[in-house]
Design a binder for this molecule. Structure first.
Ligand code: SF4
Length: 259
């Protein structure tokens, strides 16, 4: 999706591997995801809001340990407010579903496959549920607001990507892709079919070919859009008066990932 949105952003992130400073919103998202993962590790009867709230502090400690660069992002004066924001998002989550009422098939699942033309795909799915009839439901938590209808496609690209990996791994598409937006309590649900995912597969293959060509020529142009407002690479971007570093002479080994 990075490449489709802006080839230069993809290059700086995936090829130059220039680290991005974590934003407060992104770190809060990491924390809420960690709490929900820990919540589903509890016995179903304990998955209530009180247990989720009690998991916030230890999950925050775990986030700090795994990403020490976040330590300076939240000052000790801000910490209570920051953890309170995570609690607010969890309250919205509990309005959307009752996690004690079902057992997920898996959480934070690493999925990986290779398409027929050799395009490598991999990613981590927040949660996979299996309904009694065996159908799979792919769930992704978003800690922001639901997008406007014009921006829904961007959100769905990521889920279709996971659905495609699962379809190619398991032989059948998931029954549902569901995005849960924990700021405004919106749910975006989508039922893919095999034909549509086959079309999506051709789009992903074409993107991978375009990435491959760009990597050989070094041509990763910037593409300005509303998403520039959230881009950490602005200081290196010619659209904003910056200069990217020289294209690496030696490319890092290509790692399969979302395009
Ligand atoms: S600021 Fe905008 S155009 Fe520049 S790299 Fe980031 S997303 Fe691309």
């Amino acid at each position: 999706m990075d490449f489709k949105q802006c080839p230069l952003k993809y290059r700086l992130r995936a090829i130059d591997k220039i680290p991005e400073a974590p934003s407060r919103a992104a770190v809060r998202g990491t924390l809420v995801h960690a709490v929900l993962e820990a919540l589903f590790a509890l016995p179903a009867r304990e998955r209530d809001l009180a247990h989720a709230a009690a998991l916030i502090a230890p999950s925050w400690t775990a986030v700090l340990e795994s990403r020490p660069e976040t330590v300076e992002l939240i000052t000790s004066e801000e910490l209570d407010g920051f953890l309170g924001e995570a609690n607010d998002l969890l309250q919205v989550y509990f309005r959307l579903e009752d996690p004690s009422a079902f057992e997920p098939d898996s959480c934070e699942t690493f999925v990986e496959t290779e398409l027929a033309d050799g395009t490598p795909l991999r990613g981590i799915v927040d949660r996979i549920d299996r309904s009694p009839d065996g159908a799979l439901h792919v769930i992704d938590y978003k800690t922001g607001r639901a997008p406007s209808p014009e921006r829904e496609n961007r959100a769905l690209f990521q889920l279709k990507f996971y659905a495609l990996v699962l379809m190619r791994t398991l032989g059948a598409p998931p029954a549902e892709l569901r995005l849960m937006y924990l700021t405004d309590g919106q749910v975006l649900s989508y039922e893919p079919d095999a034909e549509e995912l086959a079309r999506f597969e051709r789009i992903v293959s074409a993107l991978w070919t375009a990435i491959d060509t760009a990597a050989r020529t070094g041509d990763f142009p910037p593409s300005r859009s509303w998403l520039c407002g959230y881009c950490e690479y602005k200081p290196l971007c010619p659209e904003f008066g910056g200069t990217p570093p020289p294209f690496p002479a030696q490319l890092p080994e290509q790692s399969p990932r979302e395009p």
